[in-house]
Design a protein around this ligand. Structure first.
Ligand code: HEM
Length: 755
């Protein structure tokens, strides 16, 4: 470790001198639990709490009212060498209740027992009603200044750097559900701007299920588990979901995105983000422009295969949150460009025939290009999940001058909903004072008191007008940076109706179908077939087939065939839109930062070559994981991260074989069912690993005797994306040349009618 490593000096302050190799490691392989490795024996010397790991940070230490305090983040953490009560009184024993004799009754006067259990009893708060499962990171946004002509938002002015906190999530599942379920992903960003907090609360899908927020409880009730048995968890493959969306056909486009590969992202780092609604931007001259927000990942958009998603749900339910945290810890800081599509603010709020107030419609990028306006880099992991990721409170109504809303009826309901739910979730109205939610701009409101008030307000006149506090706080004018709504005319009859332009539910789903590559269409067909195949009621399946018939006859026929049902005829004329290539994720090349390369080796492998390959992977900004028959040090020199028993191919973006390992000592069914009854010359778990990687169209490479293992796994030596040779580093080079495309797409066979 580098002598000047900041963590080393921080840890040294706490524990005294540390040597490079027994203490703080800027670990090559992410996942280190704490900043100092534990000793084997139970520690006997008290010490101050350790500092966070180098990849971690916490909320800024501004005051509850947004003032800089200059305090270090340690001052929000626990301190002191000894265990205390919540009142700071040192404790001698927290392992035994106060009793009348060792076998006697526990005494009511045990105030420590009372405090400890009282607090434990209240450790849980309600999970979010939607988006309960999430992971988050800190970062920075740097503006290019390219939006300054259309918005006066200060954080979008050239060169301005703004701290951000981003939370990614699934929608349907509970807090403990698996990461890789088929679902929409939330992508919520809090910008701590100099003008107050701006939240961009978006998804990884550019459209929504419903056009009017009054339907939100309906779609969520339909998607959540059935109310009687509370199954299934975190997924849409069940009767109530398809019952609803087959009747409420404005959900067709969003549902189609869910059934596409976008519903099972490879990583949060490899997702696009969308603000969905059209917003109204205002510049310094008061001119307005309509705009849609887009996040474009620098690593490209990539997805899992459905089988990978299902395997990961079992072998690593934390697949996405681990990937995000590990990538940041490894220094592969994910980046997104923020972009906007812009449209003239005309009275009808339409663009090229597309209703900009309809959140179930996209504007294809070929019609309105996405203009980059800044770059976001996520560079630090939270140091406490509950304090930060769980307590963060986003709200679409957190707007700054220069960004206003439109009359999208979905957005209107959201403007009510977020604050409403957070009162309950965060236990009262003062959640803006929780450290992660505090603005980094001075707060001078007249909101007072309430549960969990942590500000100590001064003055006697939190009302307006007043003279006792000198009339303060004063209202600002636009010239002092006040938020001023765009003064628009509003008129209309009071009705419960949608505009006629909202009634087209099929032309954009058809546009999507026509824009996907053949492999992506195959995935769409299989996802619909899987989900409807999980439904019990035939009426629901038949009704959804009618919806599919209005999108495309091949899609409908192939799904109907899989369900064993006849394919219905369309009930509307099929649209003939120009495809939008931007909607497909196949065919472009992307960087490899933070990719995971599995290297299978055993004692017979040339460990010098394995070490060199491993180092080359690290030097390329990726993470190598050595997979061996058992843990520990291979050949006494090479640390093993995975064993044949613990590894599954879903973890790796590519798999390399440094030979053809013979069956390990535990390669029999009673010890590891994956090994079956053994009896193969190569360890059966290695054959499974490489066979799965091959089936999922991942790059596979090997040197030494690896060709034998590939042959034993039934992998043709000449198949696309299979690299063999005698030079390990050469094999690695060829394998890495395949990775920018993410998968070896040619390996997937496609039905001729779908191509
Ligand atoms: C374009 C449509 C929508 C998008 C993109 C969206 C996005 C999100 C995201 C990303 C979150 C998670 C925020 C976090 O990480 O803490 C969230 C939470 C939530 N959303 Fe939405 N949502 C949409 C529509 C709606 C609607 C229509 C409603 C209600 C009428 C709603 C109610 C909620 C609620 C209650 C939460 C939980 C908030 C909390 O507990 O902090 N959403 N939404």
């Amino acid at each position: 470790m580098n002598e000047s490593h900041p963590l080393k000096s921080a840890v040294e302050k706490v524990v005294g001198a540390v040597t490079d190799h027994d203490a703080v490691q800027a670990a090559e392989i992410p996942g280190v639990p704490n900043s100092l490795p534990p000793q084997l024996e139970e520690p006997t010397e008290p010490r101050e709490p350790l500092p966070p790991k180098p990849d971690q940070t916490g909320p800024e230490t501004v005051s509850p009212t947004g003032q800089p305090t200059g305090a270090s983040q340690d001052q929000m953490a626990q301190g002191g060498e000894y265990l205390t009560t919540a009142q700071g009184v040192r404790l001698r024993d927290t392992d035994h209740s106060l009793k009348a004799g060792p076998r006697g009754p526990v005494l009511l006067q045990d105030h420590h027992l009372r405090e400890k259990v009282m607090h434990f009893d209240h450790e849980r708060i309600p999970e979010r009603v939607v988006h309960a499962r999430g992971a988050a990171a800190h970062g920075v946004f740097q503006a290019y200044g390219t939006a300054s002509n259309i918005t006066k938002a200060a954080f979008l002015a050239e060169g301005v750097r703004t701290q951000v906190f981003v939370r990614f999530s699934t929608v349907l599942g509970s807090r403990g559900s698996a990461d890789t379920v088929r679902d929409t992903r939330g992508f919520a960003t809090k910008f701590y701007t100099a003008e107050g907090v701006f939240d961009l609360v978006g998804n990884n899908i550019p459209v929504f299920f419903i056009q009017d927020g009054i339907k939100f409880p309906d779609v969520i009730h339909a998607g959540k588990p059935h109310p009687d048995r509370e199954i299934p968890q975190a997924q849409s493959a069940h009767d109530t979901f398809w019952d609803f969306v087959s009747l409420h056909t404005e959900a067709t486009f969003h549902t189609m995105w869910n059934m596409s590969d976008r519903g099972i992202p490879r990583s949060f780092r490899m997702m696009e983000g969308f603000g969905v609604h059209t917003f109204r931007l205002v510049n310094a001259a008061g001119e307005t422009t309509l705009a849609k927000w887009h996040w474009k990942p620098k690593l490209g958009v990539h997805s899992l295969t459905w089988e990978e998603a299902q395997i990961a749900g079992g072998v690593d339910p934390d697949f996405h949150r681990r990937d995000l945290a590990d990538a940041i810890e490894a220094g592969a800081h994910p980046q997104w460009e923020l972009g906007i599509q812009v449209f003239p603010d005309t009275p009808e709020q339409m663009f090229e025939g597309i209703d900009l107030l309809d959140p179930t419609k996209i504007v294809p990028e070929e019609l309105a290009p996405v203009h980059p306006v800044g770059l976001m880099t996520l560079n630090a992991n939270p140091s406490n999940f509950f304090a930060e990721t769980e307590q963060v409170a986003f709200h679409v109504g957190h707007l700054v001058p220069g960004i206003d809303i439109t009359d999208d009826p979905l957005l209107a309901a959201r403007l009510f909903s977020y604050l409403d739910t957070q009162i309950t979730r965060l236990g009262g109205p003062n959640f803006a004072q929780i450290p992660i939610n505090r603005p980094h701009a001075p707060v001078n409101d007249m909101l007072r008191d309430g549960f969990h008030q942590t500000a100590v307000h001064r003055g006697v006149a939190p009302y307006r007008p007043n003279s006792l506090d000198g009339g303060c706080p004063f209202q600002a004018g636009a010239e002092q940076g006040a938020y001023v709504e765009v003064p628009l005319e509003v008129a209309g009859r009071k009705v419960r109706e949608a505009p006629a332009t909202f009634s087209d539910h099929y032309s954009q789903p058809r546009l999507f179908w026509l824009s996907l590559s053949p492999v992506e269409r195959e995935h769409l067909i299989s996802a619909y077939t899987f989900e409807l195949g999980k439904c019990y009621e035939q009426a629901v399946k038949e009704r959804q087939l009618r919806v599919l018939a209005n999108i495309d006859p091949v899609l409908c026929r192939e799904v109907a065939d899989g369900l064993g049902l006849p394919a219905p005829e369309p009930t509307v004329p099929l649209a003939d839109p120009a495809p939008s290539p931007a909607l497909s994720q196949v065919g472009r090349e992307w960087p490899l930062d933070g990719r995971i390369i599995g290297i299978v080796a055993d004692e017979t492998s040339d460990l010098g070559v394995v070490g060199a390959v491993r180092q080359a992977v690290l030097d390329g900004g990726m993470t190598p994981l050595v997979i061996a028959p058992k843990g520990g040090m291979l050949g006494g020199t090479l640390a093993v991260q995975r064993t044949f028993a613990t590894a599954r191919s879903v973890e790796f973006d590519a798999v390399l074989l440094a030979g053809a390992p013979a069956p390990g000592d535990d390669a029999y069914g009673a010890r590891d069912a994956k090994a079956g009854d053994g009896g193969t010359p190569v360890d059966p778990r290695v054959l499974l690993l490489v066979g799965e990687a091959y089936r999922h169209a991942k790059a596979v490479g090997g040197w030494g005797t690896a060709a034998q293992a590939l042959q034993a796994a039934g992998i043709p030596a000449q198949a696309p994306g299979v690299v063999t040779g005698q030079d390990g580093e050469g094999v690695l080079r060829d394998v890495l040349a395949l990775l920018p495309l993410h998968r070896v797409w040619d390996r997937f066979r496609v039905h001729p009618d779908v191509a």
